[in-house]
Design a protein around this ligand. Structure first.
Ligand code: FUB
Length: 465
């Protein structure tokens, strides 16, 4: 690990350039999930918010449930960079600095907020402790002064080092049942199995206008414990024709290779959304743009937006590409998985359709599913149809997943479906407004059971916390 004194050092972490403060050594990756942060200089005092302000306060087993809750944070993907971290309160707010005072606020999604709410982990004053350097002011760290938390310029003193160091402990409020399956803001989850293991490929959320730029992959053997495999494709360095709108990835495999289909927009010039495809030798990448140009150009077909791709592979090995917002389109892919006959593209838009098509097959019956309404609406929901081939014709079957206000669950949509390997047990991955403080650009990923009636229709899916 390189340590330099006196200058700010930039390091490359999973493809992201992160500025570390003078003399700083990047700490080992932090565990994501619920944690409490104990002061090194005042053991027994923990980072806590009272109202909106951050401080370090005594917390003991006899503290009230409220105090324990305020001293518990979920460590999540950094809102400004996946190489760093953000800290989410039990109320869904984020620890951030404003005027260099630490406080908790709702994520507006704008770049200033995301920078103010992102902290990079560097080694703390004692072994196993961590100091949190500001992402947008790398020479400042979170430290307590008179037990209030500030973002102060780093000082080369033992007192500063101790006051700016924390130990991540077990959370005072144990794992909430309200948690998403992967901590943090992730939407449009595509779930798949490869080699008997589950993989999740979501949109990285929390950005105003959904302006995120990169995709991560997660994997699991049990749908509960997920491994974060880091960034697998980043529009910035990896895709010449797309800068932002890294939306709705979907992964398919053929011949030992993995194909990541994705949506992207350019920051200038023709900003119409387009579809791309990237390829890798492993389900966790690294993926590289397979074509160096879009797979579906934004102006290629009239009507609808070229977003939300999905690939279904039938039992005969043929793969089909589905996509579109406003208009749903489908076409058989060529064997190379990166081309198709444009003359064969069909419009298959069902009534009520908005976006996020998803196709699967069970007992010889094909299912076309989609999302209705706008993702910013609490009424965003999933409906489906059944058919006799991958391209229809389709019989509408109605809405199958929607908000559950008694549980505070809103905006349930942009889903995908997976079968547990070797069984007839099915699961649906989808996003919802983050509980409790989310909205249409602060969404989180959930997974629930999806059961069938004996006639093959899908039973209403009950979203759970
Ligand atoms: O996440 C960005 C966009 O929001 C997706 O492409 C849509 O399906 C909607 O979920």
């Amino acid at each position: 690990m390189r340590v330099l004194a006196g200058v700010t050092l930039s390091i490359l972490v999973t493809g992201f350039l992160v500025a570390l403060p003078a003399g700083a050594a990047q700490a080992a990756p932090l565990p994501t999930g619920a944690r409490s942060l104990e002061s090194i200089s005042y053991p027994g005092r923990f980072v806590r918010h009272t109202g909106s302000l951050g401080q370090v306060d005594p917390v003991t087993s006899s503290s009230t449930a409220q105090v324990k809750r305020e001293a518990t944070f979920t460590v999540v993907n950094g809102l400004a960079s996946p190489a760093c971290y953000s800290f989410q309160t039990r109320d869904g707010l984020f620890l951030r600095h404003r005027d260099f005072r630490l406080r908790v606020d709702a994520n507006t999604g704008d770049p200033t907020f995301r920078g103010d709410a992102t902290f990079c982990a560097v080694d703390g004053s004692v072994s196993g402790s961590v100091a949190l350097a500001s992402y947008n002011y790398p020479d400042r760290r979170i430290r307590h002064r008179d037990f209030a938390l500030w973002l102060d310029a780093q000082q080369d003193t033992a007192a500063f080092r101790a006051d700016s160091s924390f130990r991540l402990t077990a959370p005072w409020t144990p794992k909430s049942t309200k948690g998403p399956v992967i901590p943090g803001l992730f939407a449009d989850p595509h779930i798949a199995t490869f080699g008997g293991r589950y993989y999740l490929y979501p949109t990285t959320d929390g950005y105003a206008s959904w302006s995120g730029t990169y995709y991560k992959a997660f994997s699991s053997t049990d749908l509960v414990n997920w491994t974060d495999h880091g960034v697998i494709l980043d529009h910035g360095p990896d895709v010449s024709w797309a800068d932002n709108s890294a939306w709705a990835p979907a992964v398919a495999t053929r011949g030992g290779r993995y194909y990541l289909y994705f949506s992207g927009g350019a920051a200038s010039g023709n900003t119409t959304k387009q579809l791309g495809v990237a390829v890798a030798d492993s389900p966790t990448g690294p993926f590289r743009d397979a074509l160096g140009r879009p797979l579906v150009r934004g102006d290629q077909f009239s009507g609808g937006q070229a977003i939300d791709p999905m690939v279904f592979t039938d039992d005969d090995g043929e793969s089909y590409l589905y996509w579109g917002q406003g208009v749903a389109r489908a076409v058989r892919l060529n064997a190379d998985m990166v081309s198709f006959d444009a003359a064969q593209v069909r419009v298959i838009t069902p009534s009520g359709y908005n976006e996020a098509p998803f196709v699967f097959k069970r007992n010889g019956l094909y299912y076309l599913m989609w999302s209705e309404n706008d993702t910013r609406s609490e009424d965003y929901r999933v409906a489906y149809a059944t058919g006799s081939s991958p391209l229809g014709p389709w019989t509408a079957r109605g809405v199958v997943l929607q908000k559950r206000l008694d549980a505070g669950i809103k905006g349930t949509g942009h889903h995908s479906v997976v079968r547990a390997p070797g069984t007839d047990t099915w699961y649906v991955a989808y996003h919802r407004f983050a509980v409790p403080a989310g909205n249409g650009t602060n969404r989180e990923t959930a997974i629930d059971r999806m059961d069938f009636n004996s006639d093959g229709t899908i039973r209403p899916i009950v979203p759970t916390l």
